[in-house]
Design a protein around this ligand. Structure first.
Ligand code: FES
Ligand SMILES: [Fe+2]
Length: 481
């Protein structure tokens, strides 16, 4: 990270900080939540053209999506030998498969003969047979059948007839892939994520209860950034201001693990934009919105906070619903939104009340993208792991309401979705005149500045490694400062 004036982004909203809330928690709080950090990310405008240019999208596709760690599927989806998932990103595709020795491998999904995509759908197979001329590879990627092999002596039984592999990492019930054979290992890139989740937010006892992916009419960065700050709550989700600490959210950037960041939004407190509500009013508003209590209003006794009371209601409701004991779970884990982000586009929530995972991928043009929403639910104590939920695919014109099992989340998501095509259109209108670009907040939107710099760094590294000039990326780079 470049050296930037330390005072940039040092101002904070009034109202209790997330660390204040943790200090008042009725239970012991996971150490990871106390681990917060901030590194200034400068104050320059970020060029709008990065979101709209096909040329820049092509650079991202060539150098960023092919050299970063991305979540391809859950381990549960590869339960049996031959189970495979096709992970498509940008113009790349890999087959992630459970092999006979129990390991997981990932192959470039392209026939070595004339390039045909070998698998277009997930499923279970004994081998991969190309639909065009019938070349066949076993689950370990060895070429085992080649019709008329007499005509292909340069291929048949030659060492380079195996399917090229991508790197694979298994972590926390997920399978990650990286197309770059030289890439830094996952655990190093994701070190803060690994440290926090392995210690405090283990997901092995969770299963994929819901998964929907939707094509969204905006650049992948526009969509991702719409879920990366609490700043938009006042205008986009005003219905939650009575019980959401939006402006006093916490944003973490750790210098020792720059590819992982975190956003924590406290719930069960009123927004600093309000400030005149009683603890009882905050609790009432939260319980009414969440519909998690059938008891209606719950009295907040003198000296207790709305957070403490609502967290207890959630424990008593969710414990039996999930079939797990939540008596020692902190108020923060019950109430707050703790959204981690691993560059470029994997975002798991920690905590218990919120157990979502997001993923973003670019669409066929810079003006669309795909967003996945996954819900990881606890496996009820003493029960077998349920099967992972199948993926529901929503087209551009469909709404999140059409995803079965999305629940009340769909309404909030639709509020976010309404903004996105307007953002994309506005960026396109002004991108060419956009010497000035986007004006991200210095603290609340600092993570976005960091992510943009990572994108630039990856592209510059890729161009340099290929011996290409940097002229292609120059007009798009985020300036220094
Ligand atoms: S393209 Fe795959 S066998 Fe010919
Ligand atoms: Fe939102």
């Amino acid at each position: 990270m470049t050296a930037i004036d330390d005072s940039i982004g040092s101002a904070r909203s009034h109202g209790p900080s997330v660390q204040d809330l943790l200090a008042a928690d009725s239970r012991e709080v996971p150490l990871s939540l106390r681990d917060s950090s901030y590194v200034p990310q400068g104050k320059v405008d970020v060029p709008k053209i990065r979101y709209t240019s096909a040329e820049f999208a092509a650079l991202e596709n060539e150098y960023m999506w092919t050299k970063t760690w991305q979540m391809a599927c859950t381990v549960d989806e590869l339960a049996q030998v031959g189970d495979h998932v096709v992970y498509d990103v940008a113009d790349q595709s890999v087959i992630v498969v459970r092999t006979r020795d129990g390991s997981i491998k990932a192959y470039h999904n392209s026939c070595l003969h004339r390039g045909t995509k070998l698998r277009t759908e997930d499923g279970r197979v004994a081998s991969f047979r190309c639909p065009f001329h019938g070349w066949r590879w076993d689950l370990d990627g060895n070429l085992t059948e080649l019709p008329a092999e007499w005509d292909f002596p340069q291929v048949w039984q030659q060492p380079d007839s195996c399917l090229p592999q991508a790197q694979v990492a298994e972590w926390c019930g997920f399978v990650f892939v990286n197309l770059d054979p030289e890439a830094t290992p996952f655990n190093e890139v994701a070190s803060k994520l690994v440290e926090h989740f392995d210690r405090d937010f283990r997901m092995e006892n969770r299963y994929k209860a819901f998964h929907a992916v939707k094509e969204v009419p905006a650049n992948w960065k526009v969509c991702m950034e719409a879920f990366a700050e609490g700043y938009h709550v006042i205008a986009t989700h005003p219905q939650i201001l009575e019980f959401a600490g939006d402006a006093n959210s916490e944003y973490s950037i750790w210098p020792e693990s720059p590819f992982v960041t975190r956003f924590v939004n406290g719930f069960g407190i009123q927004s600093p934009h309000l400030g005149n509500l009683t603890e009882q009013q905050v609790a009432d508003a939260y319980l009414e919105f969440s519909a998690r209590s059938t008891r209606g209003s719950v009295a907040v006794p003198d000296g207790k906070s709305a957070r403490e009371v609502v967290a207890e209601v959630f424990r008593s409701f969710m414990g039996p619903m999930f079939g797990v004991d939540l008596s020692t779970a902190s108020d923060s884990e019950m109430l707050d939104a703790h959204l981690y982000h691993l560059f470029p586009a994997f975002a798991p929530w920690a905590g218990i009340g919120q157990s979502l995972v997001y993923r973003w991928r670019p669409g066929p043009t810079p003006d669309t993208c795909f967003m996945d929403v996954i819900r990881m639910m606890p496996v009820p104590d003493g029960q077998q792991r349920p099967q992972p939920a199948p993926i529901q695919r929503l087209r551009l014109e469909q709404s999140w309401h059409e995803a079965e099992g999305m629940g009340g989340l769909a309404s909030v998501f639709e509020q976010d979705m309404e903004n996105l095509p307007k953002v994309q259109l506005g960026l396109k209108m002004t991108a060419k005149r956009a010497a000035k670009g986007l004006k991200f907040g210095l603290y609340q939107e600092a993570r976005m500045r960091l992510i943009h710099r990572h994108i630039d760094d990856t592209i510059i590294e890729g161009l340099t490694a290929d011996g290409r000039s940097l002229d292609a990326v120059e007009p798009y780079l985020v300036p220094e400062g």
